[in-house]
Each structure stands twice: as structure tokens, then as C-alpha cells.
Write a protein that binds this ligand. Structure first.
Ligand code: ATP
Ligand code: MG
Length: 567
């Protein structure tokens, strides 16, 4: 491509509304253009990157036997009513009507459509297992579209679905898919981690997310420094602490006027904050519950929801807490708590001896309480959020906390959709049985942004080679004044193309400084500079985007040399 005919709509200004570096650089480098909230045009330069990601994804999906298909973006409401998600999906689902006032949605995902397709076509278990995939545009009316294509409303997803006779076969394909995802992100040159995940509204049991590690990531991940245990901190398991081996002391009540934090309580009573058991009032699907956790721990609301078996848990408002317990906040505790309230204790808090907690009357706290002796031990569960540095739940390693960007998600759905939508096949004995299903997504457009978060410097993007829109740039210095520079640049451009490389030739009549700045901003890995001075010595200047200094290459060897360096 010649830059004189392939406009690079680059900009020096950092767009004011772009909060993270990938969003800023994608706009500045002219990869994308904003149309509206969460809606972007992929400019030709950006589309070249997107297509490269797609190519790797396709190759790896095909390699594990995936068959590509293409389903409609617009889906009839009836299918979503059958699966029960027309109501469940909420405002994320963009609902539309056709001219006959019939309801449709713009697909945020395609479980219903593929299940409908296969329930019509498949008859016998002998046809299974099967895996289909597509690379297609999704729409989700996100509450907060932000970070450019990272959290867009319209975005490109690779979604795959597998169909099986039984759970064992689903387990095998799930592992193949896990392998394919690992190869995809490795080939793209990204630093990533597979992470145990919550399966959210899609349902099913086993699920893992693939996260590209980056400080700007919206998710927090706990990962072991020793084994491959990694989980979203929303559900990373906490290792139960061994109960303290300590004789019970005599309980005593102390006046603690006006205190409101664990730190104040500990200071006033002269104890450590890990000897405090704090009582947190929550609303579990609108029913109050009191949860006990150690004073230095943070209650994890996602774990609490699982433990209580409800959809959602939130902290109670002060009035709600007062109404439920009859005690002002800060003074609630397990000893003498109002009867009939649902309670749970974190497994670590359950192991604390001689603890302090609220006395269930304003301005008073207990010290030296013990479970069973002073308060009945409630049902125990893992309710706390893990912290950096603590022991891994699987081995003796330590957990580190990093941030990640979710670029992929794989699920074992089981028979959730096939039962709801009666997608059955005949088994060996001629009975109709629901198929087992898996679903597997990659945020293709998000991968592009995530790669930039991991690969950039002050001058711009540094593409991992497999994603680069062009492999080489040829920067011609003053070609409009020097016939020789123009001719040699053209020759190199032709020869690089003939060698199977994709060069971008900056043949614009612009100052060298402008050209260098653009080439660095758009992040092409290899750059050669053709100038009169170099040609006098029979050389060109070469520089890798990550290198500090230029190298001098003999003109006659440039093409071979680049062919090797571009792999
Ligand atoms: P998130 O938690 O980030 O909202 P999700 O868990 O709802 O994502 P999935 O249903 O698992 O998303 O979709 C598969 C993949 O699609 C995700 O792993 C992610 O990479 C991508 N994706 C999801 N929502 C968006 C979005 N709004 N913009 C860009 N990519 C997205
Ligand atoms: Mg997900």
C-alpha cells in the first residue's frame, strides 16, 4: 500500500474522552472512528488488524474440527421466550419491531438460534459431536459503553457452539477448545491467563475466562505463583485458616461510644483487627441476612450470593439494617442477635477464638467471645475476598492479584438450552434425549484493544507481529527531489511484495519527522529508510519498532534480511 493513496488519518491530540491508552491510540492512529456511544467504524488500517486476528481464530477453530457458519444478527423474540431469556436478559438486549409489529432482538449472542437450527436438522446421536462457529457482529446495550471497542455496544465476536450426546463428550470438546484458545492467544503474542469464572446469566456449570493481563483491565484476577490456579477475585477460593489453638478467656462487655469502624473498635479495646468479627447486614434478593467475617477481611458479595443461593446480594442501607436487627450499625454482633434472621459465618471468622463484636445495643461491644459458648455458630461458608500474598487454595504457592481484560470465555452449558427448547436426538435405545451443549466466545474486536494495552510506548502502538496491519514500512526521504530515492523505494516496495510481505510505502510529500511520527504511532514492526545519504553508501537504515537504535543494511540484502526478520 502506498501512503499517498491510503490516507492515514492520524492525530497528535489525545482525545479528551478516551480514558485508556488503547482507546486513545486507536483513535489517534486512525484505526477506528466514533459514530456514537459504543459504535465505531473500523477504518481500513484498523480492519487489517481485525482481519489478522480473525485469521488466527479461524485457523485454530478449523484445526479442532469447527465448522464455520453465519447466523442472522436479527433474531425473533419467540426463540428468546422459549429459552426464558426474553425477560431475563434485561435492558442489555436491544429489542426491535418489524413492520408487522412483531418483536425481534439484535443478537447479543446466539445460543437460541443455533439450538433452533440443530433441533430441526439433527436426528440421531450418531451425528454427534458437532462444533459450529461464526465470526459475527453482536449488539449489547451496555450500561456504560466505554474504552472504545473494549466495551462497545456493537462488536465483533467469534462464537462457537458444540453439541453432544453426553457430558463426557462435552468435556472432551471443552478441553479441545481450551487448547485452541491457548494457541490463539499464544500465536497473537499476548500475555494471558485462563481463569476460573462465574458463569453469569448464560448459565451452566463449568466455565473459564481468558484474560489478557493489563493494569487497565476491568477484572481482578488472583493467580498462583506456583501452580496454574487462577480465578476471578469474585470467586477465587480462600484457604480455610487452621483454628487458633487458644484457651477461651472470660467474655466482657465494654462501652464503646460512637465508634463506627473496625479500626476504631480495635484501638479502643486494645486488640488486633483480626480478632474482631464484623457483622455485615445484606439484602439477599430483598431479604435481610447478617454475615460474619473477620475484621480485616472484605465480604465478597458474589460468594455471598452463591452461599445464600440467591441471584443478588447487596449491602443493606442503614435503615434496612436497623429495621432488620433493631440495632444501630456498628454494634450488631452474633451474641444475642434477634431471632429468625438468616446468618452465615465466613470459614475464617469461624476459626477466631476470643473475638470482639457488637453487643447488639448502641455503644457497647464484647471482647473474648467464643463460638458455641457465647453465640451459636451459624452455617459456615467461604465469604471473604482473597488478598495478594496469601496461600493458594491448591498448593503451597502464593496468590498474586493482577488486573485482566476478558477476551474469551468458554462454558459447559449442559442441557439448559436443549431442554428449554426441546433440542433432542434419538439415543442408542431409540429414546429422545436432550443434547449436551457448550458455548465458547472470543471478543475479536476487544482483542485488538487488549493487545494495544499490552504493547505500546510513548510514541504509539507496537503491534505483535501477527497482528500488524503492515509488516514493513518504507520511508522515503525527499523522494520528490531525488529521482534515485524514488526509484530505489519503488524497487524495494515491489520486491518486498514479490517476497510475500505486506509493505506500507510512505511516499507522501511530507517532512521526515511527520513520517517517522506516523509510522511509530501506527506501530508497524519493521521500518526501512531510503535516503540519498544511505544510497551513496549502498545502504538503507533499518529499525525494529522495539529497538533503540538504527542498523545499516546493504541495499542488496534488504529484502532477504526482512523476509527472515518478518518470520
Ligand atoms: P463482560 O464481562 O466483559 O461484559 P461478558 O462476560 O458479558 O463480557 P461473554 O458473553 O462471555 O461476555 O462474551 C464473549 C466475549 O465477548 C467476552 O469474553 C468479551 O471478550 C467479548 N465482549 C463481551 N461484551 C463486549 C463488549 N461490550 N464489547 C466488546 N467485546 C465484548
Ligand atoms: Mg464472559
Amino acid at each position: 500500500m502506498r501512503a499517498s493513496r491510503f490516507p492515514l488519518f492520524t492525530s497528535k491530540e489525545t482525545p479528551a474522552d478516551a480514558e485508556i491508552v488503547s482507546h486513545q491510540l486507536m483513535l489517534r492512529a486512525g484505526l477506528i472512528n466514533r459514530l456514537g456511544a459504543g459504535l465505531y467504524t473500523w477504518q481500513p488500517l484498523g480492519l487489517r488488524v481485525l482481519r489478522r486476528v480473525e485469521r488466527v481464530v479461524r485457523e485454530e477453530m478449523n484445526a479442532i474440527g469447527g465448522m464455520e457458519l453465519l447466523m442472522p444478527a436479527v433474531q425473533p423474540a419467540e426463540l428468546w421466550q422459549e429459552s426464558g431469556r426474553w425477560d431475563l436478559y434485561g435492558p442489555l438486549l436491544l429489542r426491535i419491531k418489524d413492520r408487522h409489529e412483531r418483536d425481534f432482538c439484535f443478537g447479543p449472542t446466539h445460543e437460541e438460534v443455533i439450538t433452533d437450527f440443530l433441533r430441526r436438522e439433527l436426528r440421531s446421536y450418531r451425528q454427534l459431536p458437532l462444533t459450529y462457529y461464526q465470526i459475527q457482529t453482536k449488539f449489547r446495550d451496555e450500561t456504560r459503553p466505554r474504552f472504545g471497542v473494549m466495551r462497545a455496544r456493537e462488536f465483533l465476536m467469534k462464537d462457537a457452539y458444540s453439541f453432544h450426546m453426553d457430558a463426557a463428550s462435552l468435556g472432551e470438546t471443552y478441553q479441545d477448545m481450551r487448547g485452541a484458545y491457548t494457541r490463539i492467544f499464544e500465536r497473537l503474542g499476548l500475555e494471558f491467563r485462563a481463569v476460573k469464572a462465574d458463569s453469569g446469566s448464560i448459565g451452566g456449570s463449568v466455565s473459564e475466562e481468558f484474560h489478557v493481563l493489563a493494569d487497565s483491565g476491568e477484572d481482578e484476577i488472583a493467580a498462583c505463583d506456583c501452580c496454574d490456579y487462577a480465578a476471578n477475585t469474585e470467586l477465587a477460593e480462600s484457604r480455610p485458616a487452621a483454628p487458633a489453638d487458644e484457651p477461651p478467656a472470660t467474655a466482657a462487655e465494654h462501652e464503646t461510644p460512637g465508634i463506627s469502624t473496625v479500626a476504631e473498635q480495635a484501638r479502643l479495646l486494645g486488640i488486633e483487627s483480626q480478632r474482631v468479627v464484623k457483622s455485615v447486614v445484606v439484602m439477599a434478593d430483598d431479604q435481610p441476612a447478617v454475615l460474619f467475617v473477620a475484621g480485616d477481611d472484605e465480604l465478597n458479595l458474589v460468594k455471598a450470593a452463591r452461599a445464600l443461593g440467591v441471584e443478588e446480594v447487596r449491602l443493606a442501607e442503614p435503615e434496612e439494617a436497623l429495621e432488620a436487627t433493631g440495632v444501630p450499625r456498628g454494634f450488631i454482633g452474633p451474641a444475642g442477635l434477634r431471632d429468625g434472621l438468616r446468618t452465615l459465618v465466613d470459614q475464617r471468622a469461624a476459626g477466631i477464638r476470643n473475638f470482639s463484636s457488637g453487643a447488639n445495643r448502641a455503644d457497647w461491644h464484647w471482647v473474648n467471645l467464643n463460638w458455641d459458648r457465647d453465640a451459636a455458630l451459624p452455617e459456615t461458608a467461604d465469604l471473604r475476598t482473597v488478598r495478594a500474598g496469601e496461600r493458594c487454595p491448591r498448593c503451597d504457592g502464593r496468590l498474586g492479584i493482577t488486573r485482566g481484560i476478558e477476551v474469551g470465555h468458554i462454558f459447559q452449558l449442559g442441557t439448559k438450552y436443549s431442554e428449554a427448547m426441546e433440542a433432542t436426538v434419538l439415543d442408542e435405545s431409540g429414546r429422545n434425549v436432550p443434547m449436551h451443549m457448550g458455548c465458547y466466545g472470543i471478543g475479536v474486536s476487544r482483542v485488538v484493544a487488549a493487545a494495544i494495552e499490552q504493547n505500546h510506548d510513548d510514541s504509539g502502538i507496537i503491534w505483535p507481529e501477527p497482528m500488524a496491519p503492515f509488516q514493513v514500512t518504507i520511508v522515503s526521504i525527499n523522494a520528490h527531489k531525488s529521482e534515485r530515492v524514488a526509484t530505489e523505494s519503488q524497487r524495494l516496495y515491489d520486491e518486498l511484495q514479490a517476497a510475500g510481505l505486506e509493505p506500507l510505502w510512505d511516499d507522501r510529500q511530507a517532512r521526515p519527522g511527520v513520517k517517522f511520527a506516523d509510522v511509530e504511532l501506527i506501530g508497524v514492526p519493521h521500518r526501512i529508510v531510503v535516503s540519498d545519504r544511505g544510497l551513496d553508501a549502498g545502504t538503507v537504515e533499518y529499525r525494529h519498532r522495539r529497538a533503540e537504535d538504527n542498523e545499516t543494511l546493504p541495499l542488496a540484502e534488504v529484502v532477504d534480511e526482512l523476509r527472515q526478520r518478518c518470520g
